[in-house]
Design a protein around this ligand. Structure first.
Ligand SMILES: Nc1ncnc2c1ncn2[C@@H]1O[C@H](COP(=O)(O)OP(=O)(O)OP(=O)(O)O)[C@@H](O)[C@H]1O
Length: 262
């Protein structure tokens, strides 16, 4: 039986006269850790935006395997796609900076805990039960990711690396099947990057989800992923294991050279 989770076929995205994504087909399997690399402007973030519904596709098809069968994602709104099990982080940190760490995670959980308008206005017992369940679940997640001691601090008070970790925890709070991380190591110092590497491995191990990672830090991406896609000028240049990609002459010529980053 196939363990295919997400299938994207012949995706195209045109912005006026510019083709940012040009006939790209990718797939992600259950519990896989996949990297997406390529130089600036190659179309990596646009591809994430297409897969998560942030940007509508010009043509192509995106399907997700679910317990109810294969579901078509293209044409659906980002909230519907999130509900289907796709979650993501962005290149720029998008936290509620004035809210506490705990509330940032609780808010991300609301799509799984249904509070009625009546309940929230009249503070019914059901409302308090839902609130308590959300708080407990959020505290558990913070515990797993060593954020308990900062749970009551406003997100803006956290060091940069911890804010990035909180973003990932928020994305996990939506209980995704597939997590897209857009340059999670951007702006991190070596110690923070090492922490992130451990965190990504821990998530895959503990949560059994698929993770797709855009990353410019080649040492990070080559150590954590099982498979890589390489984009160039919006098109797929290569796909394979880190060992295959590192030996691929076209990739070496286009991106790697003698450098450890591209
Ligand atoms: N909303 C938009 N409108 C017009 N052009 C866009 C839009 N979004 C992206 N582009 C263009 O599409 C191309 C691909 O951009 P994209 O951000 O996907 O690249 P990237 O590989 O993620 O780059 P980076 O590594 O710098 O983040 C670029 O030429 C960019 O200017």
């Amino acid at each position: 039986m196939s363990n295919r989770l997400l299938d994207a076929q012949h995706l195209v995205k045109n912005f006026g006269g510019l083709t940012a994504v040009s006939d790209v087909s990718v797939h992600f399997d259950q519990n896989e850790l996949v990297g997406l690399i390529g130089p600036n402007g190659a179309g990596k973030t646009t591809l994430f935006n297409l897969l998560t519904g942030v940007t509508p596709i010009s043509s192509g098809a995106i399907t997700l395997a679910t317990d109810q069968g294969v579901q078509t994602l293209n044409g659906q709104r980002p909230a519907q796609i999130a509900q289907a099990g796709l979650s993501r982080t962005f290149q720029n940190i998008r936290l509620f900076k004035d809210l506490t760490v705990l509330d940032n995670v609780r808010i991300a959980m609301t799509n799984h805990y249904h509070e009625t308008f009546f309940g929230s206005i009249f503070r019914t017992p059901a409302f308090y039960r839902t609130e308590a369940a959300m708080t407990t679940a959020a505290q558990n997640l913070l515990g797993i990711f060593d954020l308990t001691t900062v749970a009551d601090q406003p997100a803006k008070n956290l060091p940069y690396g911890i804010q990035r970790r909180l973003e990932i925890v928020r994305a996990l709070a939506t209980k995704p099947k597939l997590l897209f991380l857009d340059e999670p190591a951007a702006g991190m110092n070596p110690e923070e990057t090492a922490d992130l590497t451990r965190l990504i491995r821990q998530i895959q191990h503990d949560f059994h989800i698929t993770i797709v990672l855009i990353e410019h830090d080649m040492s990070l991406v080559m150590t954590v992923v099982e498979r890589l896609y390489v984009l160039e000028h919006g098109a797929l240049l290569a796909a394979g294991t880190p060992a295959e990609i590192q030996k691929n002459p076209a990739v070496i010529k286009a991106y790697l050279g003698d450098e450890t980053t591209c």
